[in-house]
Design a protein around this ligand. Structure first.
Ligand code: MG
Length: 441
């Protein structure tokens, strides 16, 4: 059995995640990488310090030193590792519910290891092949603040003076976790006034679930509607994602955020765009405006990042609020997305709702439905109904008609099916939803 899932190691402390695994991963990391130093950071979860201390002890027992960045975003650790050319370990379960935690490795280039590298590291753990130091070479541990390195990297790609002169005032929902450390620091550097909520690190996430979906943000949306803010940003638990509300408190669809940032970047540089098959065709309008291509991948940020590096794409993103700007970091970064949106608002000097409504109004509906029937029989029925549609099997099965589509993906981990329906016409979406629900029931 593989220790690493699609998101590194994830589980619930002492149920599905043994803290000794953190110690072993620390030893394997110290053994696998040449570097004499390994950076480590954690989110705000109740078990994060425990797991960090275990992993740190493992690293020190290979004779390597630990640089502890403390509470820090995943992309922050990645930027730090890239800048220093050293590997790292992130203790986080990202957007998962509070009881979960996890460990994620970072390579010296700031990216996550690929499957092959993970297998090698896993073999060190399962084969008990880690280096063991002697009493006179035990590693040391020191604290460092990585905020400056991280924020400077973001600031390189936005017009700080323009943002500062726009005198924006925003609401920042920091998700009771790592964004409390860095998003206020970024906003201060950019001269943006802000009010924060969920602004204290708390592993119980008392304000809201760490996944920034529209449903989970109900209180934030209410606050945004009453507060007269130019923009609201809400992060997930490890701040590699950011979602936005406009000045009226309306949720801005992730696809539209991706399209706006892509358009903004393509104004000054050219390159192809990479998105998962679940994205609407809005991005194709942006691409054709700038004469670039859209490459569609399987769903998942690591896959989008891989394809970005293979194809030298300029920008990528997902409809769930993950944007990837490889020049800065070839991984999702919520603070980078925020800085870009602030840049767009201040450059265009228009309310964000007006900027968003200048885009073609593609809508996307996402559904998560329990799977009670055989998937193949559902597929056969769909192939009958949608026999005149174009079919794409990049990930699940997608039926395409012009710029409209229906995508069904069977989950690999739960008995559910994920459905995406996208078009500009709401009636078309509603019609397909009814049709599909009928087949699934
Ligand atoms: Mg995350």
């Amino acid at each position: 059995m593989s220790l690493f899932g699609t998101n590194g190691i994830r589980g619930i402390l002492n149920e599905t995640l043994d803290p000794e695994l953190a110690y072993k991963l620390g030893m394997a990391t110290g053994s696998y990488f040449d570097s004499n130093e390994i950076a480590i950071a954690n989110d705000s979860r109740t078990s994060s310090i425990l797991l960090k201390e275990m992993a740190s002890a493992g690293i020190m027992n290979t004779g390597k030193d630990v640089i502890d960045l403390d509470l820090f975003p995943t992309p922050g650790l990645q930027v730090y590792c890239k800048a220093r050319g050293i590997p790292g370990i992130m203790i986080t379960a990202s957007h998962n519910p509070p009881e979960f935690n996890g460990l994620k490795l970072v390579r010296p280039d700031g990216l996550h290891p690929n499957k092959e590298e993970e297998e090698k590291i896993e073999r060190i753990i399962t084969g008990d092949l880690a280096l063991k130091t002697t009493w006179d070479f035990v590693g040391k541990i020191r604290r460092e603040d990585g905020t400056d390195i991280y924020i400077q990297s973001i600031l390189k790609y936005v017009r700080g003076a323009t943002i500062r002169s726009a005198r924006l005032r925003i609401l920042a929902d920091l998700a009771s976790s790592v964004a409390t450390k860095t998003t206020p620091a970024l906003l201060a550097k950019l001269g943006v006034k802000y009010v924060s909520i969920n602004g204290n690190p708390d592993g119980f996430f008392p304000g809201r679930n760490p996944e920034p979906t529209e449903e989970n943000l109900a209180d934030t949306i209410n606050f945004a509607k009453s507060g007269n803010f130019d923009l609201t940003v809400a992060h997930d638990g490890d701040a590699d994602r950011a979602v936005f509300l406009d000045e009226k408190g309306n949720f801005i669809d992730g696809d539209k955020v991706v399209a706006l940032i892509a358009d903004h970047i393509l104004e000054s540089k050219k390159g192809n765009l990479v998105v998962p098959v679940s994205s609407s065709y809005l991005i194709d309008h942006v691409a054709s405006k700038h004469g670039v291509k859209v490459i569609r991948t399987k769903v998942g940020a690591p896959i989008v990042a891989d394809v970005l590096s293979q194809t030298e794409g300029i920008f990528g993103g997902e409809e769930n609020g993950g944007v990837i700007y490889p020049e800065h970091l070839n991984a999702r970064d919520g603070a980078m997305a925020l800085a870009m949106i602030l840049d767009i608002m201040s450059t265009r000097n228009e309310p964000i709702s007006k900027i968003v409504s200048s885009l073609p109004d593609f809508k996307i509906k996402r559904l998560k439905v329990p799977l009670t029937k055989d998937f193949n029989s559902i597929k056969d029925r769909l192939l009958e109904i949608y026999k005149n549609y174009e079919i794409d099997e990049t990930d699940g099965i997608k039926f395409i008609s012009g710029e409209k589509f229906v995508l069904l993906r069977k989950s690999g981990t739960e008995p559910i099916i994920r459905i995406y329906i996208s078009a500009m016409e709401q009636e078309w979406i509603d019609g397909r939803e009814k049709e599909i629900r009928r087949i699934l029931e």
